[in-house]
Design a protein around this ligand. Structure first.
Ligand SMILES: Nc1ncnc2c1ncn2[C@@H]1O[C@H](COP(=O)(O)OP(=O)(O)OP(=O)(O)O)[C@@H](O)[C@H]1O
Length: 217
């Protein structure tokens, strides 16, 4: 089991257009944290700051015991699953997941075995050569989870990952998320609009209002 990594946001500020953000607080390590708040409140911006797609104007972001400011996206201890699942549509599933291990696709036999195992794990055994474009929404989300699995980073960021899925698939993916979380003890930050889903999956809730944390429980 990997070490649980708290995510500390120390007076992190950022301005995007007319919107000012100021995040100050700790996201619990080794737990599933649901991030909620009205549309436009800053949920995706928070995820982008942690991932490194946005840089704070002031303040520090610390994951575990490492300051993330100035650290490139690829070198942060995070992996992401988004609603549109950021897979390359024209590439096959195996290649997409391989890119999660090494962007240059220099894969060892052990890496290849891990990819096959991850695919089996998410119910996509035999899908190696299928192009992403030919998969259903649920299958793509499974593939995105398989990639998160092989990357095995201490922090998993999910931005409304199940939004496009039907209720059954959604429930299945939620269960898979919890299973993977229990195995690895990773820190999960999940943006969700679904109160039932948060009750079922999350250990903590983090509410954002107007670019700030307004409640944590
Ligand atoms: N690059 C940008 N330039 C200007 N404004 C931006 C930029 N990125 C985000 N915003 C604005 O910042 C606010 C917060 O956006 P964000 O995507 O974080 O909200 P959200 O809580 O994730 O919303 P939703 O639930 O609708 O996805 C929004 O008003 C958005 O339009």
């Amino acid at each position: 089991m990997m070490k649980s990594a708290d995510i500390a946001l120390e007076n992190v500020t950022l301005t995007l257009g007319e919107n000012r953000f100021n995040f100050d607080g700790i996201i619990a390590g080794g737990a599933i944290n649901a991030v909620t708040g009205r549309s436009g409140s800053g949920k995706t911006t928070l995820v982008n700051l942690i991932a490194g797609f946005e840089a704070p104007s002031t303040g520090r972001i610390i994951i575990g015991d490492k300051v993330m400011n100035g650290i490139h996206i690829a070198d942060r201890p995070v992996t992401l699953v988004f609603q549109d699942n950021n897979l390359f549509a024209h590439l096959d599933i195996f290649t997409n997941i391989g890119l999660g291990i090494d962007p240059a696709l220099k894969l060892s036999p052990d890496d290849k075995a891990r990819i096959s195992k991850a695919l089996e794990r998410v119910g996509l055994k035999g899908f190696e050569k299928r192009k992403v474009a030919s998969l259903s929404g649920g299958e793509r989300q499974r593939a995105a989870f398989a990639r998160a699995l092989v990357r095995n980073r201490p922090v998993l960021l999910l931005d409304e990952p199940f939004a496009a899925l039907d209720p059954d698939t959604r429930a299945e993916m939620g269960a898979l998320l919890v299973e993977l979380h229990r195995e690895t003890g990773n820190t999960v930050v999940m943006v969700s609009h679904e109160p039932d889903e948060m009750d079922r999956l999350a250990d903590h809730r983090l509410v954002i209002e107007h670019g700030r944390f307004s409640a944590r429980y």
